[in-house]
Design a protein around this ligand. Structure first.
Ligand code: UDP
Ligand code: MG
Length: 196
């Protein structure tokens, strides 16, 4: 299996690049954020709880997202691999994901780490807020999300570097330029893993 984590701050382009990656590599896209927004829209019990956290820019509790992720993986077992978009977001989630995949006899192959500077992130998120109407794309919540990213999510870079799985890619430029950088890295990894 090819299991890829697409990693980066809010607004770094994880969702956009995931769409291109699934088309080229046939992976199953798991965006926990999108699943949560779907639950909110359908006003499920889970959605009602999640909304409280999301609207404040905080992480939805680990028990909830880890359980959700476990269910998605279990119902898509026959997939060629997964792309994890927006998960894990803290060390505990990273460890849980490793354990979950190990139990299925697989592992994370690589993480694609999209780096974009903060002024550019804020610009992109404010622009998206005008179009998407997402309740968390306003300046106050954006700042909170960036703080959560710096304090809780960024330490995962070290976690994956220690495992030798981190690939840093510049997330500025055109969508196609960034995608060709990602594809180059993934092609290299695919080749390396097929020879081992
Ligand atoms: N979220 C979360 N856990 C997840 C995914 C999303 O808590 O695994 C919440 C969190 O409040 C986050 C929001 O959903 O700020 C939006 O996440 P998403 O990944 O969709 O947005 P992005 O960070 O890519 O802009
Ligand atoms: Mg996203």
């Amino acid at each position: 299996m090819l299991n890829v984590v697409i990693f980066g701050a809010p607004g770094s382009g994880k969702g956009t690049q995931s769409e291109l990656i699934i088309n080229k590599y046939g992976l199953y896209h798991i965006s926990t954020g999108e699943v949560l927004r779907g639950e909110i829209k359908s006003k499920t019990e889970l959605g009602i709880i999640a909304e409280e956290y999301i609207s404040k820019g905080q992480l939805v509790p680990d028990e909830i997202t880890i359980k959700m992720l476990t269910n998605i993986i279990d119902t898509n077992k026959s997939s060629k691999g997964f792309i994890f978009d927006g998960f894990p977001r803290n060390l505990n989630q990273g460890e849980a994901l490793d354990i979950l995949l190990r139990a299925k006899g697989t592992a994370i192959t690589a993480i694609i780490n999209l780096s974009v500077d903060e002024p550019e992130l804020i610009k992109r998120l404010l622009k998206r807020g005008e179009e998407s109407g997402r309740s968390d794309d306003n300046l106050e919540t954006i700042n909170k999300r960036l703080e959560v990213y710096r304090t809780q999510t960024e330490p995962l870079k070290e976690f994956y570097k220690k495992q030798g799985k981190n690939i840093s890619i510049s997330g500025t430029g055109s969508v196609d330029e960034i995608f060709s950088r990602i594809a180059e890295a993934l092609d290299r990894i695919k080749e390396a893993t097929s020879n081992s």
